[in-house]
Design a binder for this molecule. Structure first.
Ligand SMILES: *Cc1c(COP(=O)(O)O)cnc(C)c1O
Length: 231
């Protein structure tokens, strides 16, 4: 199957899941998680109508930016971001989805202020409370949202979450539901209901994420094929 065929098949599945909640595929942003796929693969996805491309690694993204890999589509940063690499990301991407600490918020503010821009971000929530994962603890999310509101060069557009690896079918539905409820609650109480994006769902679970209210899914393997980690 080609990248274009994969994207078409995923859109059909997205549409079916969205319709269960009174929406359609048009309401769901499909982010192609293009890590470890080259510029040609990115261009193929853009030609096939992907909404957004998402990158995980700063170095790889910088390289692919220099090859104009993302021309014609918005770009998101979706990976773990180290403070010392913030400069290479702020102003280069339309949305940083993975902002999971107060330190990172402060650093993005500093760099965005220097550039005199407002950087759109999502707050990442560590919804499974996993030691190895980044993101704000659910209990810390309201404070993080409050802090972000005080930073004039940052605009929070919503939440992103990566739940634990599923151990049974539909095992992540409760996590997705929890993210959805945090989203509704904090957006209403602190952001005049202006939050727009709830980014959750990957190749293995995007339909459940959509059923639980996601409107932005990040899909890699199901679009680009299995990643080759031995390269
Ligand atoms: C790689 C990645 C994805 C996509 O994962 P697949 O299982 O390949 O669809 C989504 N989100 C993030 C943050 C990723 O790093």
């Amino acid at each position: 199957m080609s990248i274009a065929e994969n994207i078409a098949a995923i859109r059909t599945r997205i549409d079916a899941a969205a319709r269960e909640t009174g929406r359609t595929a048009a309401d769901i942003t499909l982010v192609g998680a293009s890590k470890m796929n080259d510029a040609a693969a990115c261009r193929e996805a853009i030609a096939a109508g992907i909404d957004v491309l998402g990158e995980n690694r700063v170095q790889e993204m910088t390289q692919k930016l220099s090859e104009n890999a993302y021309e014609g589509a918005p770009l998101h940063f979706i990976g773990h971001l180290q403070r010392n690499k913030v400069k290479q990301v702020v102003g280069k991407v339309d949305l940083i989805e993975s902002v999971g600490s107060a330190e990172l918020l402060q650093e993005i503010e500093k760099v965005a202020a220097k550039l005199d821009i407002v950087q759109d971000i999502l707050l990442e929530v560590n919804i499974g409370g996993e030691e190895a994962k980044s993101g704000f603890a659910p209990e810390a999310l309201a404070d993080a949202a409050a802090l972000a509101k005080t930073l004039p060069h940052i605009r929070v557009r919503g939440l992103m979450a990566i739940p634990p690896v599923e151990t049974e079918p539909h095992g992540n539905l409760p996590y997705f539901a929890k993210v959805q409820s945090l989203f509704v609650d904090i957006s209403a109480k602190m952001y005049d209901n202006e939050w727009e994006y709830i980014s959750m769902g990957m190749s293995g679970d995007f339909e459940d994420a959509i059923r639980a209210g996601s409107n932005m899914v990040r899909v890699g393997t199901a679009i680009f094929g299995a990643r080759n980690y031995t390269k």
